[in-house]
Design a protein around this ligand. Structure first.
Ligand SMILES: [Zn+2]
Length: 115
């Protein structure tokens, strides 16, 4: 996340920036309320480095660390696939052969729903 506090104008959309406390929701769990700069136009939220570290510490404490992963798209025949790491698979209790429902939530987000 970009750390550049005391912005007046949003880097993304030139909207007006306000400071406010926002709830940080990670994997459906509320990790607490933290001060952030929020764009009034596009809603982009930016935390200081200090707050980012604090949030990371809470995430580790709650055993949620490492569930946020980067993966690459593989080519499998005419389809593509992504590899889900062991930690995420265990967290969701995914087993080989199990069926899941996948659907795009929008052009930037793919949901894999466990049944
Ligand atoms: Zn903005």
């Amino acid at each position: 996340m970009v750390i550049n506090m005391n912005r007046k104008i949003c880097d993304e959309c030139d909207g007006k920036i306000v400071k406010k406390n926002i709830d940080y929701i990670f994997l459906g769990e509320n990790l607490g309320s933290f001060p952030a700069e929020v764009c009034t136009k596009c809603g982009e939220e930016v935390f200081t480095e200090e707050i980012t570290k604090k949030i990371a510490a809470i995430t580790k404490q709650k055993g949620l660390w490492g569930l946020n992963d980067r993966t690459k798209i593989n080519q499998i025949g005419g389809s593509v696939g992504v590899t889900i790491n062991k930690k995420i698979a265990e967290f969701l209790q995914l087993r080989k052969g199990e069926e899941v429902i996948i659907y795009p939530e929008n052009k930037k987000r793919l949901v894999i729903q466990v049944l």
